[in-house]
Design a binder for this molecule. Sequence first.
Ligand code: A3P
Length: 764
Amino acid sequence: MIYYLEEKDKFIWFHHTWKHEKLTNVYDKISLFSSTKMNIDFAQKHNLSLDPNYAVAPHHTGIYPINPLVYDIWHRIINFNVTSTENYPYHYMSPSNRRGFIYKGLFVLPRQSCSLYTTTRNYTNYPNGSHRLEQHLMGGKLFRIILTNPISIFMSHNVNYGHDRLGNYVFSKLIYLISKWTRIKFSSDLSTSELARKYFYDYYPDEKMPIFTNPCHDEMLMNLWNGNRSMCRIFPQFLIVGPQKTGTTALYSMLSQHPDLHPSKKNFITYEELQFFSNDTIYLNGINWYLDQFDSDNIVSEWSMNFEKSATYFDSILAMKRIKALLPNIRLIMILTEPGARAYSRYQHEIARTNQTINFDDLLQLNHNHSSNQFHLKERCLQPGHYAEYLRQWLNYFPSKQIYIIDGDAFRYDPRTILNDIQIRFLQLKNPINSSKLVKFNRKKGFFCPISNKNHFQCLGNSKGRRYEKMSSYSREYLNNYYLLHNQKLIQFLRNNNYSLPLWLTFFNRTQLIKRCFSLSNIYHAAEGRMGYPNERYEPTTISALDKENKTLPLITGLYEDGFMIAEQDRIVGAIFSFPRQIICWNVYSPDQITPESLALLEVILPRPEIFILGIGSRTNKIPPETIQFIRSLKIGFEILPTTQACETFNFLLSDNRLVYAGFFPQNDLTDQNYGLRKAIAHSQLYEKDEEYIRKDLLKDTYEVMIKAHRERKLLSSYSPLDRRQSSIKQDDDTNVQSLTGTSNVEKRLSVKKRDQQETDNQS
Ligand code: A3P
């Protein structure tokens, strides 16, 4: 010690603790304060030149992983500004990966390490020869550390320094070589506080906020953490991340009924949500605070899981980053409801809890120039509904297998299937519980409610499932337009990542969506999983069915038991409605749902079709008699046929530039191999292993032969849909029944006409 005091003018002294105690588990503010203070007093007593800002933590402890108490005492009480660590975000071997952060006002700079262990070594017996040491200094590891880091901090404890045989040599030679061979200039006139400012404000301005990593994933951090290995189990296993107003609370309460699933404790600042990852102030409480929000007693078996829901995570890029850093293997659940309805629900929520009075129509018309509060409210209502944008970001951080996407509308009307699927497929619970035991429909509430183990309803409070008046048609239209492109991107995103589409994206009762889809895309893609969902009604409107830009004919080029292939490129599941240039989904899920209501579009569509073709699925299917009457009443030509024949007729008329519209229900008995259309066109899909048919050019030829044959048939008798319109009105009432016997009415009539023609020819 006397030696150091004698040499004191050659050093700048840094703050430390007097007793060199580990700061990992320090809970006692007074002892930390007094230990640090004794060090300061010693320096002052001996007139040591002291850096007033820089403090060094003993044994690398307390700085990262963070012990908030150390920051509190050192910065708030004693006023130190800068420290450093080797361990953030992890203890990377490569010093360039080490980063800095600012916590509670204390600047934490990344510290380098030379890892040469020079203390115990002589120059002559340096392992593998002294030239190895020289290599480190000239162009080697140490040389590069200084070249690649704008600020380098190396540290040696005073005791080590005194005994270090090679320390002085290493650094004086290193500095000499760098000064000689590079243009780096060493400066000695910057204080540590100025260095830290340079680091955070000039070089790395994005690094200010710490991003907590998981000590359970790094042995070094584990040793320095004021936690222990058993606490690793307390971290949640899955998160419900939102977005807000999509049913997240309902899902959270329902899953909480499962005895192995344990929600976070109630939080009195943010109500039922923790919002740890999305709220800066809460986040800065640190990971031990986060763990405290879960009851450690819950983790009784290896199947027990903690979880939390914070709907604010969904649209926060920061939250995504932070979750990834702390919980890289976490499973994530998101709920997507129709974004317009979500926006309106959010608006109702804000109106109910604040003193805002603006009505929704007016809110939607606001732009940047209006009062920032109200405009901000509009943004908060609309922004989270940009689903595709945020989902894409989530996928930048997590693989899709870790993300479960729920159709919010399906969840609201019947959460049971979804709850079963989450338990079994997504969370793979050891003891899944039949969801009918977790939730039941409550008539009074109008929603499914969680059921307690005493079989009592535990419906959500009044703020969930509010009753409010229907959105105006102005707002509906505005939101349809606003979200149209977002929804289209969402369809693409979900398809590309093998997610099924939510019902609300596949239903086409949102007329604006259809109208715009017509003009924007050739074919409106339908969803997997549409079959078997409840019916929806069309809204009366006028729709134009011709997209003049689109030159592609939407021919039906494949039949499946659950859907269709369009123009050899688009696979559509479920019933479809076809127009001369577009195909859209048709919300019928069984032939008896082919009602006048489901065909209401025919009343309003422009231009009126020359002929309407209805494919009712298999030949034994029945449709309601009133549907036939309804079609008749439209005064258009029509054919009602099994779907194979209906498709053939449709393709034929379409290729002939007829103004034909059609509704097709999938045919579930595609075993009749004699049928021409399937044989020619759809075999590739039905018998995918049959190489003869999957060769596309062969198929194409066959298809062209067929079209040609049809054309020839047509030449034999001049066919006009208008004639047919007349004849279908005049003809017998059992058009439907006749069609179902197997021969297309078109063919039948063509042969009648051909016979008539021959008779006329003979007479002449
Ligand atoms: P409304 O109150 O506008 O109807 P969150 O919990 O994410 O904030 O979502 C609230 C919304 O969840 C409610 O919006 C409600 O429509 C929907 N929801 C879905 N299932 C529900 C359920 N079983 N009970 C209550 N609300 C439910």
